[in-house]
Write a protein that binds this ligand. Sequence first.
Ligand SMILES: Cc1cc2nc3c(=O)[nH]c(=O)nc-3n(C[C@H](O)[C@H](O)[C@H](O)COP(=O)(O)OP(=O)(O)OC[C@H]3O[C@@H](n4cnc5c(N)ncnc54)[C@H](O)[C@@H]3O)c2cc1C
Length: 447
Amino acid sequence: MNEALAALIDDIGDVTFSVEPSLLRRRSRDYFWYSQALAEDLRGKQADVIVTPRSEAEVVRVAAACARRRVPLTPRGGGTGNYGQCVPLQGGVVLDMSEMTAVEWVRPGVMRTQPGARLHLVDEMLRVGGQEQRLHPSTKRSATVGGFVAGGSGGVGSVTWGGLREPGNVLAARVVTCEETPRVIELRGDAAQKVNRAYGTTGVVTALEMPLAPLWDWIDIAVVFDSFAAACEAGLSVALADGVVKKLLTPISWPIPSYFGPFASACPEGHSLLIAMIAKPSLETFKTLIGSRGEIVHEKPFDESPAETPIYEYSWNHTTLQVLKIDRNVSYQQCLFPHDRLLDSVAEMVQLFGDEVWHHLEFIRFGGRVTASALPVVRFTSRERLFEIVEIYEKHGVFVANPHVFTLEDGSRHKRADADQRGFKAEVDPLGLLNPGKMRTYQPTRV
Ligand SMILES: Cc1cc2nc3c(=O)[nH]c(=O)nc-3n(C[C@H](O)[C@H](O)[C@H](O)COP(=O)(O)OP(=O)(O)OC[C@H]3O[C@@H](n4cnc5c(N)ncnc54)[C@H](O)[C@@H]3O)c2cc1C
């Protein structure tokens, strides 16, 4: 162990830490390996110590020690990110926030929670009072609230509420700065955007205020269509029906459904699926909108209990995961289609890539407009081709948040919140120790 690290461990006193090699390895990873390019670029990057604070006071102690000893500090939630967000590029401390799980309070429409609270446990607790989180990633059963805000973008619920970047979807954040004498700053309203999808580069989040939605009895539903175009058209008609209460609307093209394990038999060969979560009182209208265009093959009350697979675990980036379980020779892509020529643009991409790219959409609201994001599954041939595909999408007017890079500037694009995150970083991380290397354009203001 080097001198700075030994001094740091001395400084943090009785805060829990570990230098056990297998833990160092495990806590230094996320799901970056979905990208063959990132698997190559991030290989072997590892923390020197894992520190697990139990309170904000302990976070302050660790941040002070890191600043004093000039040791990098990388926060981590559930470690389910896809772009190596919590991989410590320069080693140092990985700050495992998973023990800070308290929900501080719940009121009608809003809660305040510590960052390490698991999203599914939060919803379980909220259910008793008739509320739920507005949105969550498809990794709800393993991700944390803090990791979602600092590293995610949206997901189940975004068809109604938009993504995390939409004003009002993160109400306040409390952060600890990385300085010799750390400050604790409360960011309210617009100011909270400074930590939104900043990969932990702009302070360690110790509390979040998040808006809530009324709880509905959700129904998981799957409809089979003759073609992907028909699934997309039907999905769009539901997405545009403001009176239909919905949480998920995902058209999925063949052959993706054939990788859906026990659920695969729901979709005959060559057909496409529309999977959805619809509030029970809206089910009749949903069926009317679908009409004779498709056949309902699955309809079941939503169930997240451990033995069940909720339908959202076939959506968002779980779609890629379902394929990867069987075939490791695929990767993926992340894009946002233009709202004003949505179906034409989708058809154009389907035609352009043939069998190389397998399509599925996520209907969402973006800036108040209904459109679709997508995480198409890409058959992997080479690193160069992955980047070429990104360029082709962009040339055709489709936004891409490149999932094969680890920096905020290059990877986040349309997912970033509207805030001066780099300016704020200069205030809270003058030494450039917070998750160094992830905000490429930041130059430390002190050494
Ligand atoms: C199968 C699969 C499906 C996915 N689906 C979705 C999806 O639907 N939507 C979506 O948005 N994402 C999705 N993701 C990505 C990821 O699961 C989510 O973004 C998730 O919310 C990340 O939460 P986490 O707790 O695992 O965070 P981590 O991966 O641990 O961390 C994410 C980032 O947040 C930072 N961070 C964590 N805690 C703090 C803190 N307290 N203070 C400051 N910074 C912090 C970390 O440094 C890191 O940069 C998916 C990933 C996989 C593998």
